[in-house]
Design a protein around this ligand. Sequence first.
Ligand code: PAF
Length: 281
Amino acid sequence: MLTSNTDMHIARTLQELREHLAPFRKPAFVPTMGNLHEGHLALIAKAKPLGDVTVASIFVNRLQFLPHEDFDTYPRTWDADCAKLEAAGCDVLFAPNERELYPEPQTYKVHPPAELADILEGHFRPGFFVGVSTVVMKLFACVQPRVAVFGKKDYQQLMVIRGMVRQFALPIEIIACETKRAEDGLALSSRNGYLSPAQREEAVQLSVTLQRVAAAVQRGRRDLAALEEEAMEALAHRGWKPDYVTVRRCSDLQPPLDQEPLVVLGAAKLGATRLIDSLEF
Ligand code: PAF
């Protein structure tokens, strides 16, 4: 059960954030872009016992959107987000505006390795992980957390951030949180709000497809390329525009070679809304 916290401090500037966090030794951090749902609140719940202060951020990061993507229309739901964070027991919310986080053009950027960041999401959204890594590095520099929690729905993002923390020797423990799902199995996402009622009903088929692929591999199918193609065709037949459905090894998201922990990842457009999901097995 979540404890409510009516004293959440909102820091709009880096200076205010630093002053407020100065007495704490172990901030536990959850970065978000707002439009919060139960999935984000699960990240807060996971973070809470791991630190001596729980910090969330809300910042819609222009750097991780392509020009044709939904930066301008990305839902900004400030009042509802603050109420949810308070009820979830978040202690500090860092909510800088663009000028505060990027006071000058951000010409220093974090470029994660192509073999991890230019595949899958990075292939279909070029530069996405440069934008994500850069803002997360900057948010880490602002908050200076000892622990940070990321959701497994954005599986590749989690891996990119883990690699960044490891290679830059950042003193931050990255904790993964299981994907929170609606009753029918749809992975919770801020973008689900774009779906019409009919699309919302259909949307669960992405996770159903991933489950079918995982089950087929568990039953012994090894012709992964054919299996992935069938899965994408099945989605396309239902009116989706799939970008990928693919089985990868958990360790580095490369095609599997042998017996090793696997994950099936999928991304597809339903109408104008692009959804992603993943399932470890
Ligand atoms: O997962 C998200 O919401 C964003 O990619 C993140 C990690 C907050 C960076 O903007």
